[in-house]
Ligand binder design. Structure first.
Ligand code: PLP
Length: 402
């Protein structure tokens, strides 16, 4: 037997215990592969939760970031940084929107969006603005964004929640219209174009079109949280572009910096001038390192055709999963778009996380029953086939046993 001996389970007594972790310590990566400190190799089907757009150790990104670190990492928002405009102009061009506020994470981007929704009301004499949010939503873990989130497990223990949210079911335009009638103070409708943590639940194209029409009719903001589904993952720059609409506010984060923390609130004409000097800010937001990471990520995506890759490899991966899992009892649905894929089972399946890692594949399980694949957008068809080959037998064995 030459199987490597299992290393001792890593411990971290000084790190606050807020996550359940697998007993694996990762040390480095290359492309869609990562290695642990015991030398074992894993195919990365998780991409750091839809963050590592360019995979690991990308040959164009690494030297660019090294160059930026040597030049300027941070300088505050007292000064102009040309990279800020460069990235904002790219985001504006790709989205058809106008301006960008920079921050450092997804919840911060959503927090910015919620401030815009409230200010939009106050500017119109509505001093009790409300926001329509959805069942199954996840928007982050600050007090305001966990209040907008639908998961009671995320909210438990942190009340009182922030007021001013009206919750309705996803993909139910009649429920939105009824909520607008009952709550005339609503200033925004806020949703993930494809729910991520809620279990890869897409807003339908018809629903998105209907929301655009209803928001226009009421002169309120359509705010699409594309923190997880944006930045090319679905095969278009932004997931809502499949519905051929443009939102008024679009929070971004995860994939935008390929792993360097960054958040952005992209705004169209209705929202671009709501926040004025002094209304919002953050020390790290728009720092040169994050800006360079964003600019290089988007440029490399264009140069290397990564959106087309996400579409074709995503379709191949979904087809492979559908083929291998066809007729398997306990598989409820396989859904998603591009390289944002959920496999819903009829029972909680968290144990698959560790089993997949033991078999050399990193995945996640969200909403208890949904296996989530959000790999780097550089994933090859061969790597997609390897994901299918590792994962499907595990799912079948799990369903046969449990
Ligand atoms: C991850 C996520 C967030 C929160 O982002 P953080 O960077 O973890 O704060 C918000 N919205 C969606 C849709 C997400 O997937």
């Amino acid at each position: 037997m030459n199987a490597p001996e299992k290393p001792a389970v890593p411990t971290e007594p000084h790190v606050m215990h807020t996550y359940g972790r697998l007993p694996i310590a990762l040390s480095h990566g290359k492309g869609c592969w990562v290695w642990d400190t015991a030398g074992r190799r894993y195919l990365d089907g998780l991409g750091g939760i839809a963050v590592n757009t360019l995979g690991h150790g990308h040959p164009k990104l690494v030297p660019a970031l090294q160059d930026q670190i040597a030049k300027l990492i941070h300088c505050s928002n007292y000064y102009f940084v040309p990279l800020r405009e460069e990235l904002a102009a790219m985001l504006a061009e790709f989205s058809g929107m106008d301006t960008v506020f920079y921050c450092n994470s997804g919840l911060e981007a959503n927090e910015g969006a919620l401030k815009i929704a409230r200010k939009y009301g106050h500017d119109r004499g509505n001093h009790n603005p409300e926001v329509i949010v959805f069942e199954g939503a996840f928007h982050g873990r600050s007090i305001a964004t966990l209040s907008a989130t639908a998961n009671p497990r995320i909210q438990a223990g942190f009340g009182p929640l922030v007021e001013g949210f009206v919750r309705v079911p996803l993909n139910d335009i009649a429920a939105v219209e009824a909520a607008l009638k009952a709550h005339p103070n609503v200033t925004a409708v806020f949703l993930e174009t494809i729910q991520g943590e809620g279990g890869i639940n897409p807003a339908t194209i018809q629903f998105l079109k209907d929301l655009r029409r209803v928001c226009d009719a009421h002169d309120i903001l359509l705010m699409l949280d594309e923190v997880q589904c944006g930045i090319g993952r679905t095969g278009k720059w932004f997931a809502h572009q499949w519905a051929d609409i443009v939102p008024d506010v679009m929070p971004l984060a995860k994939g935008l910096g390929s792993g360097v923390p960054i958040g952005a609130v992209v705004c169209g004409p209705k929202a671009s001038t709501v926040l004025r000097p002094g209304d919002h800010g953050t020390t790290f937001g728009g720092n040169p390192l994050a800006m360079r990471a964003g600019v290089e990520t988007l440029k490399i995506m264009v140069e290397d055709g990564l959106m087309a890759n996400a579409a074709t490899v995503g379709a191949a991966l979904t087809d492979g999963l559908r083929r291998e899992l066809a007729g398997v009892g306990g598989v409820t649905e396989i859904r998603g778009q591009g390289l944002m894929i959920g496999i819903e089972l009829d029972r909680p399946c968290g144990v698959l996380l560790g089993q997949a890692a033991d078999a050399g594949l990193l995945i996640s399980v969200t909403a208890d029953k949904v296996i989530r694949l959000v790999p780097p957008l550089i994933l090859s068809e061969d790597e997609a086939a390897q994901i299918v080959a590792i994962l499907c037998p595990l799912i079948k064995a799990f369903l046969a046993k449990s």
